[in-house]
Design a binder for this molecule. Structure first.
Ligand code: ADP
Ligand code: ASP
Ligand code: MG
Length: 440
């Protein structure tokens, strides 16, 4: 069969949360014969207070590994799947799988294995419902000994396996280690699996179906009805998703970007909407200056002061060497003539705080050093910012008018983003104020 029109489609947890959602997915997949490879997540929340199956599986694992009974949470998981099977009248029983998973939990077989069963079981149901082949992700997605994803081996094996399957369901989120144990990506990782499958199947498009009508200019949980973004580049998207716009996993762009496959974010509940296209290049369109705003809480800043620091060779390197030796990564490095600040995720720094401070003192003998916590970072991203004069001034003015104290400002060298550091308590106010300034 000619591969040229193949599409890979990924459905998130809310898109497969119950039988009604499965029916919507069925309609979407079968309405376009090119939608040949389907990547499902585990069932997500059906309503706000509901539990995601993945979280129930983690709970089972935690209880089982503590030697406690986990029957209640496990019964909830079974109910979710059996309810879907029954309502869709599928000729399928998962009893054998349940027994195997229960026994694995009792034998403490692994946290990642436990979590991965959410996608595994949902994939089996979806394959049956669609009449597609089922391919276990453990057989085609590989990690290396050190836990990193082995993209080349995966692509080689998966490309040849897919040639034998015209239409298939491949569960998201997990793969296998060299010793055949199961490993998952980080949370939200089914987006990555979708991207891997799109690359290996030479798809012309990777559709990522979720519960919002595309990538929005800001988090809809912070800003009411933010505008939807029509087209965005991989680079902009990576900046925004890394900085907290969780609609797509921050690593999901890599496999498709290599192959130049666009991603289309779509809404399972409003399939008529076009959603957002993510592409490698789109020319500045001169319309909106910024593409989107995102942000994250939970950062700390190490402030280092020393007179004539700028003339001391190797100063920055020695500070960063201390950070590196502690095995942590830094986020930003705003600096002045006699000051240098290192912004680090608070949770990553926590175990090494005292050690890092002491070692920096030994390494560079500063005049003063302090750590400030409770910092939130807000990223303002846009490919049109390069050509728009006064963008930083507009951002600062909007923040000042909302009464926000700016603790840090950093303009990326690509001139595609500005990062503000604000008090955590001002985080949402800052996002709203900046959104309003640039909303057109
Ligand atoms: P899925 O289960 O389909 O993978 P996720 O919950 O991972 O869906 O991602 C979709 C959610 O991301 C939305 O419901 C929304 O609350 C959140 N979100 C955060 N920032 C943005 C943004 N900029 N645009 C769209 N959605 C966003
Ligand atoms: N089910 C996994 C999670 O909840 C992966 C995903 O949804 O993409 O994180
Ligand atoms: Mg997700």
């Amino acid at each position: 069969m000619d591969n040229n029109t193949v599409k890979t489609v990924k459905f998130g947890g809310s898109s497969l949360a119950n039988a009604e959602q499965f029916r919507k997915v069925y309609k979407i997949v079968t309405s376009d014969p090119d939608r040949r490879y389907v990547v499902p997540s585990a069932p997500g929340k059906r309503f706000k207070e509901d539990a995601k199956v993945t979280d129930l599986l983690y709970a089972c694992y935690d209880r089982a590994s503590g030697g406690e009974p986990f029957g209640e949470a496990f019964a909830q998981i079974r109910e979710r799947y059996d309810g879907i099977i029954k309502e869709l009248s599928l000729p399928l029983s998962l009893e054998e799988d349940y027994a195997e998973i229960e026994s694995a939990l009792i034998h403490k077989i692994g946290r990642d294995y436990a979590a991965s069963r959410g996608e595994y079981l949902n994939g089996k149901i979806l394959a049956k419902y669609l009449g597609y082949d089922f391919i276990d992700a453990a057989d085609i997605i590989f990690f290396r000994e050190d836990g990193s994803f082995d993209s080349e081996r995966t692509n080689e094996v998966l490309s040849s396996v897919l040639k034998r399957h015209d239409r298939a369901v491949i569960p998201g989120f997990y793969g296998s280690m060299p010793n055949d144990t199961i490993k998952t990506f980080s949370r939200g990782g089914s987006d990555i699996t979708g991207s891997i499958v799109a690359r290996a199947s030479l798809s012309v498009l990777y559709e990522n179906w979720t519960d919002v009508s595309g990538f929005l200019m800001a988090d809809p949980r912070i800003v009411d009805h933010p505008k939807s973004i029509r087209t965005i580049t991989y680079r902009e998207l990576r900046e925004l998703s890394y900085m907290g716009a969780t609609v797509l996993h921050e690593e999901a762009i890599f496999p498709v970007r290599i192959a130049g496959i666009p991603i289309n974010i779509r809404n399972t509940n409003q399939p008529e909407e076009e959603g957002t296209m993510i592409v490698s290049l789109c020319p500045p369109d001169g319309k909106s200056v910024i593409t989107g705003i995102a942000g994250k809480r939970g950062f700390s800043v190490i402030n280092i002061e020393k007179d004539m620091m700028n003339q001391e060779r190797g100063f920055g390197r020695r500070v960063l060497q201390v950070i590196e030796n502690s095995g942590i990564c830094f986020e930003h490095l705003p600096s002045g003539i006699d000051t240098m600040s290192v912004v680090i995720n608070t949770a990553d720094l926590a175990p090494y705080r005292d050690m890092v401070i002491n070692n920096i003192c030994t390494a560079v003998d500063p005049d003063a050093i302090s750590i400030e916590d409770d910092l939130a970072l807000v990223a303002i991203v846009g490919r049109n910012m390069v050509n728009a004069k006064g963008t930083a001034a507009r951002i600062l003015k909007a923040a000042a008018e909302a009464g926000i104290n700016i603790r840090m400002i950093d303009q990326g060298s690509s001139e595609m983003n500005v990062i503000l550091g604000v008090d955590e308590s001002d985080f949402e106010k800052a996002v709203r104020a900046i959104y309003r300034e640039f909303e057109e």
